[in-house]
Write a protein that binds this ligand. Structure first.
Ligand SMILES: Cc1cc2nc3c(=O)[nH]c(=O)nc-3n(C[C@H](O)[C@H](O)[C@H](O)COP(=O)(O)OP(=O)(O)OC[C@H]3O[C@@H](n4cnc5c(N)ncnc54)[C@H](O)[C@@H]3O)c2cc1C
Length: 343
């Protein structure tokens, strides 16, 4: 299935009886797949609006992220998402997986820049929320619900997003420590300072830790020099640490950093952490260390991403998710049985 309009998608879905899986650029092959028909969003690839003066845009789900950024850049703007390996990723795929990167420090997660959304449900209803509201599904903040829903609630048709100025220059400071507790001390010292950083990450590889702060705009270098020596840091490499054979995403507090590093190191893993947000990604060489890492970091929430082709285990909010699934996809057409707790 490859609809070219939302109306066509609605007609296809209304007639659909068997499970389907929406797919954008297909850049996340590790996401559990079953015997499902594929609904490609490649035909929904129009940038519907770019309101330069308002710093907003409306994009169909199948627009390649890189194409959208090029269009915005021509007007000195950007969509402040920087997922790892954006490659052929589409707007819809990034929203559906909430695939955020280091810019989350300043601009929030994927969902925080979505101001409106247009979805197609399994009964063929086209529902809209936020942005230019025509028909709302009463009571639900659809953009927040569908961000990270992994295609299990309905098809994301288009999104309205908020844009930001594209900085003409950036400067990054790196401070190194090879002791996890000392690294945390440096992080906390800088988290308390009134710094306007775009990115604030920590990396840990081969027994060596780095705290990275990126500043942008005309005063980027001066801001960076107030913190330390400006370094030549490749942020693509930093973001790449979020992907791997097996990745465990840990949601906790910034002060958990030394525990996260020790748990990762014990199993040959690397770490990248949004230092001020308490979110860390541990990339492991294989799945053998997953259980031990989870146990070491319990009761923090650990979601296993990448590499393991298995249904994510049930989460504390499972009952709520079940109810949402029943509300949005009662026919269980969208990836049934594939997501958290077999939703
Ligand atoms: C149990 C479980 C298992 C999963 N397993 C997989 C899997 O195997 N594979 C996969 O691809 N995906 C999986 N997912 C989905 C995946 O975790 C999410 O899609 C994705 O990680 C959401 O990322 P996020 O960056 O939006 O952060 P979230 O996970 O939404 O948030 C991370 C943490 O930050 C907090 N937070 C977020 N926003 C704010 C805010 N504005 N203010 C304050 N706190 C905030 C949250 O409360 C949470 O503690 C799983 C999800 C769950 C619940």
């Amino acid at each position: 299935m490859r609809p070219a309009t939302l109306q066509e998608a609605a007609a296809l879905l209304k007639a659909q009886q068997a499970p389907i899986r929406p797919i954008g650029g297909g850049t996340k092959p590790w996401i559990v797949s079953r015997d499902e028909a594929v609904l490609e969003t490649g035909g929904l690839d129009r940038i519907l609006e770019h309101n330069v003066g308002d710093f907003t845009a409306v994009l169909e789900a199948g627009v390649p992220f890189a194409d959208a950024q090029r269009t915005f850049a021509e007007h000195g703007q950007r969509l402040a998402w920087d997922p790892p390996d954006p490659g052929g990723a589409t707007i819809g795929g990034i929203v559906a997986t909430a695939d955020s990167g280091p810019l989350r420090h300043r601009y929030g997660g994927v969902r925080d820049l979505v101001v409106g959304i247009n979805v197609v449900l399994s009964d063929g209803t086209i529902a809209k929320a936020g942005g230019k509201v025509i028909k709302n599904v009463a009571g639900y903040d659809l953009a927040k619900l569908f961000a990270g829903s992994h295609g299990t609630l309905g098809l994301i048709g288009s999104v309205a997003v908020r844009l930001h100025p594209l900085p003409d220059r950036t400067a990054t400071v790196a401070i190194e420590r090879d002791d996890p507790d000392e690294l945390l001390a440096v992080v906390l010292e800088h988290a308390r300072r009134p710094l306007e950083a775009d990115r604030f990450d920590v990396t840990w590889q081969d027994g060596r830790g780095r705290m990275l702060l990126e500043f942008s705009g005309a005063s980027a270098h001066q801001q960076a020099e107030r913190v330390g020596t400006v370094s030549d840091v490749d942020w693509d490499d930093v973001r790449a640490l979020q992907r791997g054979t097996v990745v465990v995403k840990v949601s906790g507090r910034p002060t958990d950093l030394p525990d996260v590093i020790r748990a990762a190191s014990a199993h040959g893993g690397t770490v990248v952490s949004r230092a001020a947000l308490g979110l860390s990604w541990i990339a492991l060489p294989d799945a053998t260390g997953v259980a031990a890492v989870r146990q070491a970091l319990s009761p923090r929430h650990c979601a296993v991403l990448d590499g393991i082709n298995e249904v994510p285990e049930a989460a504390p909010g499972q009952a709520v998710m079940e109810r949402l699934k029943a509300r949005f996809d009662p026919a269980r057409i969208f990836r049934p049985g594939s997501f958290v707790g077999g939703i």
